[in-house]
Design a protein around this ligand. Sequence first.
Ligand code: 5AD
Length: 340
Amino acid sequence: MDNLEFKEEYNLSKEEIVELLKSDGKKLFEIADKVRKHYVGDAVHLRGLIEFSNICKRNCLYCGIRALNDKVERYRLSEDDILDFAEHGMELGYKTIVLQSGEDDFFSRDKMCRIIEKIKKFDIALTLSIGERSYDDYKAFKNAGADRYLIRIETTDKDLYKKLHPNASFENRVECLYNLKELGYETGTGSLVGLPGQSVDSLADDILFFKKIDADMIGIGPLIPHPQTPLKGELKPANFDMALKVMAITRLMLKNINIPATTAMETINPNGRIIALQSGANVVMPNITQGKYKLKYEIYPNKASSDMDSLTYHNNIINKIKSIGRYVSLDKGFRNNSLI
Ligand code: 5AD
């Protein structure tokens, strides 16, 4: 697709997507940047991420906090700590707080609702990223005030999904996404790039899936092998470029959605976040978990800036955003539906 050019609408076929994924990406990144500017402008939305529990009942083969990893020191934040961190985020100027954790049943429906209600007393948008829960849980969280929910599909290749997620169901994960949409959440999903056995074809299917469910947010990241997981030997530097291409094509296909420059991109490439922001992304999700907990939420090793204090880290990110002529958004950054 040497002839790729800026358009207001792209309905790329699977073949065209595969061709773009096989290209060097140069033209694609340039055009995705234009589409980003046209539909969501130069604002960058910051989301303050609080990782409130690294206890997880799942055993996803790639993930460092999988239940079977007995080398992780497990923690759960108290409700008071979660609220303190959220308040600190507000003081730094965040308009969205993201609560993320492993799949930890300790945080029951009632506990989560209580936390959500307390955070929502502030004038702030709230995103949850706590995995697969029942329809009724999702409904209760929504009624308590949650605005958005993130749950990556990880891969739409069903056989691969099965291999990577013991005792889990692809169908249930898809159902979670439809339930969240039906309940009126802004719904985010996304995928990992560089999984063993993942083909360019299946990455194209992932993008078509994002389009089909009309996701409001898409997070794409390269696989970063964790030494205490079965995928420890799978590091492929080319995954950065491939993840960037998946992200850029997603921008073409879903034009006005929110797309983060993911921490995984920054971890695998020292300039990854800026490169992503110039190739279709418009969101950054700085970690605002404080103190000793931050290092323990190790889904993959050397997570970018996980050893910096949140103020230094925050200022670094803002300076980087300004250095490329972009600015930090002052609003809550819901999906921009004004230009569709
Ligand atoms: N490398 C990159 N991303 C990972 N995630 C989990 N483990 C890894 C890894 N080793 C991602 C998953 C999950 C998100 C919170 O982190 O896609 O949805």
